[in-house]
Design a protein around this ligand. Sequence first.
Ligand SMILES: Cc1ncc(COP(=O)(O)O)c(C=O)c1O
Length: 345
Amino acid sequence: MTHHHAESPLGFSTAAVHAGQDFDPTTGAVVPPVHFSSTYAQDGIGGLRGGYEYGRAANPTRSSLQTQLAAAEGGGHAFSFASGLAAEDALIRGVMRPGQRIVMGNDAYGGSYRLIDRIHGNWGIANTPLDLSDHDAVAAALDADDATVLWVETPSNPLMAITDIAALAEIAHSRSALLVVDNTFATPYLQRPLSLGADAVVHSTTKYIGGHSDVVGGAVVLGSDAAADDLAEQVGFQQFAVGAVSGPLDAYLTTRGLKTLGVRMDRHCSNAQAIAEHLVDHPAVDRVLYPGLSDHPGHELAKAQMRGFGGMVSVQLRGGNPRRGRSPRAPGCSSWPSRWAASSR
Ligand SMILES: Cc1ncc(COP(=O)(O)O)c(C=O)c1O
């Protein structure tokens, strides 16, 4: 794989293998034990050993994963949750209040839109879905007094649209809005949104970070400046007060997956490139959506802000239902998110 990149996270895999994974001081075990205990003995009332008291508040296996996730994203704080959507929910409820608005891509993952529209919408958080490649439209939507969060997913699931993180960070910050990036498809190995100006990164760790289809999870990762510390207070409080935390075994499996993320992503990138190039000439395929193809509209941008093009490829098949049309990104088309919103996934 070609590493054309603005920023290359030197030592990514070293950090992924070692951050938060100190050997066990009692036995010397090089892999920290999985801690299933819900409750912790104290040296007298309030005399906590290492800050642990009760598993919803903190668990050593979850703490290891959180340290490892923060290091992988080059951030200062990470919070691990029972699913990607639980992570998104904690972030949104931590940093937003009823009466505020979230501006987001009209091709975000359908489950994220369902959460934001049908759950947060009922609690007074409005949303404006739009085409994130139209920066004027994004700026205009953020000019609304109630707009406080800009939500970006790049590459997007499943249309593989690439969004300019640094440009949108500038637009969001000039209007005092927070920029959130869903980095699930890219992974921190290929893209570091915090270094491009994002205020928060969310993940479905169920995908590449877990990496073995045996664990569902999610994460919020924040930066390391004073503003990030404030956000961390809010997100940490949601995690503690609501409790949609990763269980110990989930946290352990996610940690084990993250250790090998780098080598797996290199292979995913080369496999996806080969498959995408092969499908371009396939008679049943109308269009291949992969940012590694030079005719993809986000190709140059992906080259600049990612270290590789990722492992996800989508195709539009020839034929199909003529009433629906074949263009998945008809301008202003909001039928995609709402149609997916109805799905049960
Ligand atoms: C881009 C993206 N974000 C968020 C999620 C939600 O994560 P989870 O399914 O772990 O709740 C998904 C899951 O499919 C996803 O693909």
